[in-house]
Write a protein that binds this ligand. Structure first.
Ligand SMILES: *Cc1c(COP(=O)(O)O)cnc(C)c1O
Length: 379
């Protein structure tokens, strides 16, 4: 049986029951379940505000745009970011006419605090942080650097749904946290995300800007003392970035199982690490920080012949992935070529092994056996 990198597991009956409610009351749009899901997410994370959007990408675009406007950042001002991420993290910076300044990652595969420190200039306004694979990396060192240098902390938490640090969900430290509920993430809905500002005024702005700049959504207008209050004003050239009640319905059903699912992911990681840690000179495991209870969105290792290993795994019907090729390799970010040597190394040597709720102990063993045989082959 082929083993895929990802396979989302849905609580099908509960998802359908939630969706049925939307269909029965005749409301699948913005409002209704989206409000319920926002409230559930605030309660789950302890974050003060949450606005449900159609993707993490849309959330990041809004986040940078709104912070830029609020703090009066100028075109060409800089945000320090990581090359080891999905491109939407960095596109969000460019999209607002700011400059993505790349710092290197360390053995956690997240931003290296010393490298970040060395990239700060008088144009630096913020640091964009990615908790890669659901790990924290040196998160609190980066927070400290932000505080010491008066920089805003933006968290792309696409991989971090359910990650805890010493028992708490991180994120209060950030000006804004953006989550992804895309089809392969830990809380899959098909496509959607959440933008969580620390400041309630900015949450209000996000709500307007995610619906064309209109200052009242249809649902709150229709609920207003039973009358459809059709009048509204338009305050911005906004986008259509909000999500809908069908996605929220799936999110509400899945959220109940997020901690259970993440606990199983951590079990899978334990099985992987137990077998693979016997070959430290051939298989490099990603460093995990003390106190971090990772969502384990990914399980990554680094090996010498990564591309050879992928072919060998494929020959055994095992389909791993790569997260990520350094963004500096892409044409539009190649102005930063040569500035992040460890990221270049990661880009060539990292591999993501299958990680999902349908994997068994036997699957993990089968995957590890192929890897162990490959790295110990006579060359
Ligand atoms: C998936 C992902 C995104 C984009 O999420 P969408 O919800 O698909 O827009 C952004 N950043 C990282 C690190 C991701 O993994």
């Amino acid at each position: 049986m082929a083993i895929q990198l990802f396979k989302a597991k849905y609580e099908i009956d509960e998802c359908l029951a939630q969706i049925r409610e939307c269909l029965e009351i005749g409301w699948t749009g913005l409002g209704f379940k989206t409000v319920e899901f926002e409230n559930a997410w605030k309660e789950y994370t302890g974050l003060p505000f949450a606005h449900f959007v159609n993707s993490d990408t849309a959330g990041l675009y809004l986040a940078v745009d709104i912070l830029k406007e609020h703090y009066g950042w100028q075109d060409g001002d800089e945000i320090i970011t990581t090359p080891i991420t999905f491109v939407s993290t960095n596109h969000a910076i460019i999209k607002s006419n700011l400059k993505a300044v790349f710092a290197d990652v360390d053995e956690t595969l997240c931003l290296n605090p010393a490298s970040v420190q060395s990239k700060i200039t008088d144009k630096t306004r913020a640091i964009m942080y990615v908790g890669l694979g659901g790990n924290m990396g040196n998160y609190y060192d980066i927070v400290r650097i932000c505080n010491e240098n008066n920089l805003k902390f933006i968290l792309d938490a696409a991989h971090m749904s359910g990650t805890r640090y010493k028992g708490r969900i991180p994120g209060r430290e950030a000006e804004v946290v953006v989550y992804s509920y895309q089809a392969v993430k830990n809380l899959p809905t098909a496509d959607s995300g959440m933008i969580c500002f620390k400041n309630g005024d900015l949450d209000e702005v996000a709500r307007k800007k995610s619906w064309l700049g209109i200052n009242k959504d249809t649902y709150s207008r229709s609920n207003n003392s039973g009358n459809y209050k059709w009048r509204y004003d338009v305050e911005y050239v906004g986008d259509k970035y909000h999500s809908n009640s069908i996605m929220a319905a799936i999110g509400l059903a899945q959220l109940k199982y997020l901690d259970r699912d993440n606990a199983y992911r951590r079990q899978l990681v334990k099985w992987y690490r137990k077998k693979l840690s016997a070959y430290p000179d051939k298989i490099k495991l990603v460093k995990i920080e003390d106190g971090c209870e990772s969502s384990c969105h990914l399980f990554q290792i680094l090996v010498d012949d990564r591309d050879g290993l992928i072919m060998e795994l494929n020959a055994n019907e095992i389909y791993p992935g790569v997260h990520y090729a350094s963004n500096i390799n892409y044409k539009m970010y190649d102005y930063a070529k040569g500035t992040c040597p460890y990221s270049d190394y990661v880009s060539e040597h990292v591999i993501s092994l299958p990680m999902h709720m349908y994997l068994t102990f036997e699957d993990v063993n089968r995957i590890c056996d192929v890897i162990i045989k490959f790295v110990n082959r006579d060359i």
